[in-house]
Design a protein around this ligand. Structure first.
Ligand SMILES: *Cc1c(COP(=O)(O)O)cnc(C)c1O
Length: 392
């Protein structure tokens, strides 16, 4: 498959089918069936080599991935890979490389310090009023830079056995928790019935005002967003979903249709991108991505600086790049299209916003700011106290 990379920036929505499966006698019905997609995932070296010529770095990476983070790629997502481009931004996200076994001094197995904030297995309670509930370790495909590769896919160095009953009890007792974020792994890989059991239980807790799901299924496996799933989800409002797209090519016609079904269900959609070297670390790619997201009714939410996960240095972009991207978006395009750039502080400090500097000078009397074009403006602060003025 040859992708015209200039088309990525033109905001065209293309279908993922049939691509590499063109000569394989796959019916449209099968292609659009998420169970078929899951069964036909690429998860071995031989399957991969049927379609792609691998570099030595990739070949060794695939062989070693079985002891680290499994490889798995849905046919839908695999079809977005450009066979002719060794630096394909889709390929870099899902095909293992030998560099994953290299480790820098500052890299960690648990870069965000989640394990030390788990009151019960599977529940991360770091912020005062909200929790992260890790409901599964399985995903439709595995991102090579996964922040939870220590537990996700089952191939890593740790295991996670979420204790659902203990988690529900904790949440019932902790009345300060008003927001529960389901993640993992990917909660949308559960059957409708299994996911509903969790949502039902959370929805019944009076102090939980708000539920959200973090999922890459809408991008990896858009066929999973069935009308039946949407019908079930709409019983649990207010429900938000955060998806995870990194490159404009990921937004295909199938993905757009799935996201529209979720939006029509009344679910507000946000996107969380990870800044990745060679994938989306330039303003033009990111601009195309955020514009396509808005066209799919998804509001860009966060742009993450890459967590310092073991073996991710080859995908790490400089913070200066992230700042340059935000600077290239703010003011130049729709405010809704600009995500908040954050660093999840190593060691468990949580998400910290990082912003280009727009305040040039500030004292009690005035603030000197610059706008997106670099022009400077002065804004006077309110007088210290009205009485003070009268006294003069
Ligand atoms: C990201 C995260 C949340 C949610 O943070 P928001 O800024 O509210 O989206 C909650 N808990 C943990 C542990 C997180 O990492």
């Amino acid at each position: 498959m040859k992708h015209d990379t200039s088309l990525d920036l033109k905001k065209t929505f293309r279908s993922s089918a049939p691509g590499y499966w063109a000569d394989r006698d796959v019916s449209e019905e099968q292609w659009n069936d998420h169970v078929w997609q899951l069964k036909n995932r690429i998860n071995s070296l031989s399957q991969l080599e049927e379609h792609l010529i691998l570099s030595e770095e990739e070949r060794s990476g695939v062989i070693l991935s079985g002891n680290k983070l499994a490889m798995s790629i849905t046919p839908h997502f695999f079809n977005l890979i450009d066979r002719e481009d060794p630096n394909c931004p889709i390929r870099r996200q899902v095909i293992p490389r030998i560099e994953e076994t290299w480790k820098a001094d500052y890299e960690l197995a648990d870069p965000c310090g989640e394990d030390s904030h788990m009151p019960v297995p599977g529940l991360v309670h770091r912020y005062p009023d909200r929790v992260l509930f890790l409901v599964t370790t399985q995903c439709a495909s595995y991102c090579r830079y996964c922040t939870r590769s220590r537990v996700v896919s089952g191939a890593g160095e740790q295991s996670l056995s979420t204790d659902y009953e203990a988690a529900f009890r904790y949440l019932e007792e902790h009345t300060e928790v008003r927001d529960v974020l389901l993640s993992g792994g990917d909660p949308l890989l559960f059957s409708d019935k299994k996911l509903e059991k969790i949502l039902e239980r959370l929805h019944a807790i009076e102090h939980i005002e708000f539920i959200r799901i973090g999922s890459r299924v809408p991008l990896f496996l858009p066929q999973r967003i069935t009308p039946e799933l949407c019908e079930m989800l709409q019983k649990y409002h207010p429900l938000f979903i955060s998806v995870h797209a990194n490159h404009p090519r990921e937004l295909t016609t199938e993905v757009k249709a799935g996201l529209e079904r979720l939006a029509n269900t009344g679910i507000p959609l946000g996107n969380q991108s990870v800044l990745l070297k060679g994938v989306n670390d330039d303003v033009e790619t990111m601009k195309s991505l955020v514009h396509k997201l808005l066209m799919c009714r998804v509001r860009p939410y966060y742009l993450y600086q890459l967590d310092l996960i073991k073996g991710s240095a080859h995908l790490q972009a400089a913070v200066a790049k992230g700042l340059e991207i935000i600077e290239g978006l703010r003011g130049h395009t729709t405010g809704y299209a600009v995500p908040q750039y954050v660093i999840d502080a190593p060691g468990g400090g949580g998400k910290v916003p990082v912003n280009p500097e727009y305040i040039l000078q500030r004292n009690d009397e005035r603030v000197m700011v610059r706008n997106y074009e670099g022009n400077q403006y002065e804004y006077p602060e309110p007088a210290v106290s009205p009485e003070l003025i009268l006294d003069y």
